[in-house]
Design a protein around this ligand. Structure first.
Ligand code: PBG
Length: 335
């Protein structure tokens, strides 16, 4: 058997832990800035940063501020950002039609960023929740989230975002069939090189709370929840079916979301499909680390780094984290 090993005292597990150089040689996993995607919030209310109370250290950037922030992130080695617009409540509607405005905030940000930072990957979220008065990711009729009617809008949204400069679009809405629909629409618009990151296994999670504060959709959603389209946290096989469908429909990479509470899903997805597997350390996960760190209850930097290694260990190829820039500095020894 390959595992035949002499036992104590000839085997001493502590031997390889004694010296830093030896620890680094036997280390199996590493996280680098290359693995990180930085999600950023953009507001359209003039200049200046707006803090987000439930996400210490994270701000909503102005358009100009976002460009400066992404340039600085690029200098630290961050290679991709995911954009989330904070939509003016006056522009929200039941059908989320602002999503299809070619001059909406996210499209303007994509245009400016693609001009200013052409080497940075720009990932645009495809879903209606920043734009709807009810806060849902799709159209609603009589309290039901309409699937097929929503697909038509998502197709257009993905195309205008790609035309504005998104090099990867990321449907996060969990409607059935959206990956194939978006792929068809992109191909028809001759955007064959625009990649699709599918939020394939996205759970109906309590950990999205601070994000909904950040984009201002919490009040819109109110007492509502997304359990008729996002996954039940109790399920694992269903995640594999979701991923299988999305890969079949043309997803270039798949996402598991949230992150730390779903490492088992990351591992199963990676082992089963061998496709690029991303994980999202969501707002609530970030808030837990930062909230505790602010109170002096844990070492925030160490906890953030440890969470990154957990994702790599579980098989993730890339990680969305609000701590991306902090991590890039830490990894360079600059923090
Ligand atoms: C919505 C969307 C959500 C997040 C990313 N895209 C929230 C939701 O589904 O309500 C959450 C990200 C986070 O919590 O950090 N399409």
């Amino acid at each position: 058997m390959g595992h035949a090993m002499p036992s104590f005292p000839r085997s001493r597990m502590r031997r390889t832990r004694q010296l830093p150089w030896l620890r680094s040689l036997v280390s199996e996993h590493k996280v680098t800035a290359d693995d990180l995607v930085w999600p950023i919030f953009v507001h359209g209310e003039g200049e200046g940063e707006h803090p987000i109370a439930s996400m210490p250290g994270v701000v909503r950037h102005s358009l100009g501020g976002a460009v400066e922030a992404v340039k600085a992130a690029q200098d630290l080695g961050i290679r991709a950002v995911a954009l989330f617009p904070v939509t003016d409540p006056a522009k929200k509607s039941p059908d989320g039609r602002e999503a299809l405005n070619e001059n909406n905030l996210v499209c303007r940000a994509l245009r400016e960023l693609s001009r200013a930072c052409p080497q940075v990957g720009l990932i645009a979220d495809v879903a209606l929740d920043p734009y709807t008065t009810h806060g849902h990711d799709g159209l609603v009729q009589d309290g039901r989230i309409l699937n097929d009617e929503t697909l038509v809008i998502l197709q257009k949204q993905a195309v205008i975002q790609a035309q504005a400069g998104a090099t990867m679009v990321a449907p996060s809405d969990m409607m059935d069939g959206r990956i194939g629909a978006v792929r068809d629409a992109l191909d028809e618009a001759k955007l064959t090189d625009v990649a699709i990151l599918s939020y394939a296994a996205k759970y109906a999670s309590a950990y999205y709370g601070p994000f909904r504060d950040a984009v201002g959709s919490k009040a819109n959603l109110g007492e509502g929840d997304k359990r008729t389209y996002q996954m039940d946290p109790a399920n694992t096989d269903e995640a594999l079916r979701e991923v299988a469908l999305d890969v079949d429909e043309g997803a270039d990479a798949v996402m598991v979301k949230p992150g730390l509470p779903y490492l088992d899903i990351v591992r199963r997805v990676k082992d089963t499909f061998h496709v690029p597997t991303f994980v999202y350390q969501v707002s609530g996960e970030y808030a837990m680390i930062e909230g505790a760190a602010q109170r002096g209850w844990i070492d925030g930097d160490a906890a953030l780094l440890e969470s990154m290694i957990s994702f790599k260990r579980a098989g993730a190829d890339a990680i969305f984290t609000y701590g991306a820039v902090r991590l890039a500095k830490l990894l360079r020894g600059k923090a």
